[in-house]
Write a protein that binds this ligand. Sequence first.
Ligand SMILES: Nc1ncnc2c1ncn2[C@@H]1O[C@H](COP(=O)(O)OP(=O)(O)O)[C@@H](O)[C@H]1O
Ligand SMILES: [Mg+2]
Length: 292
Amino acid sequence: MKFGIMTRNPEAWSSTQVREALNKRGIPYVCFSFPRIVARLAYKPYFKVNDTNILEELDALIIRPIGRGSLEELVFRMDMLHKMERRGFYMVNPPAAIEHCVDKYDILALLEDFGVPVPRTLATESVNEALKAFNELGGDVVVKPIFGSRGQGATRINDVDVADTIFKAITFHHGVIYMQEFIEHGFSDIRAFVLGDQVIASMRRIATGWKTNYSRGARPAPEEISDEHKELAVKAAQAVGCKVAGVDILEGPQGPRIVDVNSQPGWKGLQQVSNVNIADKIVEFILRDLKR
Ligand SMILES: Nc1ncnc2c1ncn2[C@@H]1O[C@H](COP(=O)(O)OP(=O)(O)O)[C@@H](O)[C@H]1O
Ligand SMILES: [Mg+2]
């Protein structure tokens, strides 16, 4: 039994936790980053990193954040993961789930198909259509980059002139306008950590502004979430095909709304307020899943 950990930084907090969980169980592992992988076609080994033949020598690969890169780099990385999967290689998360989760339109489109409540959202390449929708969505919206994380680039807009300027700037740079009704959540939300068909840990993230990302300084607080929220989180993870997921739930005046499913979640904040060791749970889950 040997694991791989795909990470830019093996010393990063969550990666370190996974390494410790593997060490405890005496499971050997190798850490590597995407740019080091060599892919071969029509001769083997198909995937090699340093001296490791990935498909032959590893039993499972844990994929930490896939990272930034050019479109070409990211598409190549995903293409490699898809080929590995076609060869029967086990990955957490599966490549299709990672692909869905980098794309905020795609996540919510899938969630809606699966009957998971999402905020009213509009995406378009047309500035005029976006401006019309600004009022449809109550004149108070959050505009987000479709490919974004950690709340970066997300802007709350409640002035139509500002909206006009921002939409023109987005389309000038060939971006897609992605706009969502603002959900009054009172500066806190729920993060549910899903493994398979269970929520293994959860917290309330308490912020001083409307963005509740832990990476932006929100404070984690212990929170035992309701069965309804647990069900929604698991359904959301399954809708996008995640075995492991960090699901963000906003509690608005109209009820819970899922805004985000993270396929490569960190859990530094969550671990501070959880009784279970999350890395242990992830490793145990993978070991059980491999037996199936
Ligand atoms: N429609 C919304 N209304 C109110 N707050 C929002 C909305 N969408 C996002 N937020 C806040 O912004 C944070 C970041 O948005 P999110 O969609 O989760 O993207 P990211 O991938 O950057 O985390 C959320 O955790 C939430 O606090
Ligand atoms: Mg988020």
